[in-house]
Design a protein around this ligand. Structure first.
Ligand SMILES: NC(=O)c1ccc[n+]([C@@H]2O[C@H](COP(=O)([O-])OP(=O)(O)OC[C@H]3O[C@@H](n4cnc5c(N)ncnc54)[C@H](OP(=O)(O)O)[C@@H]3O)[C@@H](O)[C@H]2O)c1
Length: 211
């Protein structure tokens, strides 16, 4: 189903169109990047990137969790980037959106584990991968990965890494952007799960109604 997911109503429409199916896995893969300094980046493209990389992904993830939280075997896999763990020069806004994806998804993964939910949330963070990404991120009609990068994965290789993550009990699959090794871990970001300084009372679902 082709939909422009920078438009919020389309995001809800896609999910609602899929309501009739029992879903096992949801992968938020749609996303794009943009190279260049923030001062010269096009604002309209920044807006679209926030809408797709962050807003659509968060709405889809939330709708999926609300529906499948307690269904055994369900997985939500979100795709940030190695640039969702390391700030890459000339890709600051893109990295910002991908840091959001890593943080949101790792936090959700921990929350699901701690609340005993049956669903799992996972992060796949690729480094450079030969797709249409480079062309779109640079506003070019052609793009040569061999010239642009010393190392990159093919999309088939990344699909195989995604299956490794899918089959594992780990929450994070991360491609190291220096060595291109694939690391499966529980989480990469610090998590304040046991801190005595956490809020001790939680907002009840009833209070959510005001929104
Ligand atoms: N390639 C890399 O080096 C790399 C590295 C790290 C992370 N990633 C991430 O991996 C994910 C996949 O990217 P890719 O490398 O496969 O790039 P790609 O070849 O450009 O594919 C991007 C995908 O996003 C979809 N998409 C883009 N804009 C959309 C919109 N407005 N509405 C709905 N769908 C939209 C595209 O759909 P259409 O084909 O219909 O346009 C396509 O399926 C992205 O989230 C990207 O940030 C890529």
């Amino acid at each position: 189903m082709p939909f422009d997911l920078t438009i919020k109503k389309n995001v809800y429409q896609v999910f609602s169109d899929l309501e009739k199916y029992e879903l096992e896995t949801w992968i938020n893969n749609a996303g794009f990047g943009m190279y260049g300094d923030v001062s010269t980046n096009q604002l309209a493209k920044i807006e679209a990137m926030l809408q797709l990389n962050i807003e659509a992904l968060t709405i889809f993830s939330t709708l999926f969790v609300k529906k499948y939280n307690d269904t055994v075997g369900t997985q939500l896999i979100n795709i940030p980037s190695a640039g969702g763990y390391t700030l890459v020069p000339t890709a600051v806004v893109y990295c910002g959106t991908k840091f959001f994806v890593s943080a949101f998804t790792e936090g959700l993964a921990q929350e699901l584990i701690q609340t005993g939910a049956k669903m799992k949330a996972k992060v796949l963070a690729p480094a450079a991968t030969k797709t249409e990404f480079g062309q779109i991120a640079n506003n070019l009609t052609t793009y040569d990965y061999d010239q642009a990068f010393q190392k990159y994965h093919t999309s088939k290789e990344i699909a195989e890494l995604l299956l490794q993550l899918y089959d594992s009990d780990y929450s994070v699959g991360h491609v190291n952007r220096e060595s291109f090794t694939f690391e499966l871990t529980d989480n990469r970001l610090p998590y304040a799960g046991q801190s005595k300084n956490n809020q001790s009372q939680y907002c009840s679902p009833e209070e959510e109604k005001q929104y």
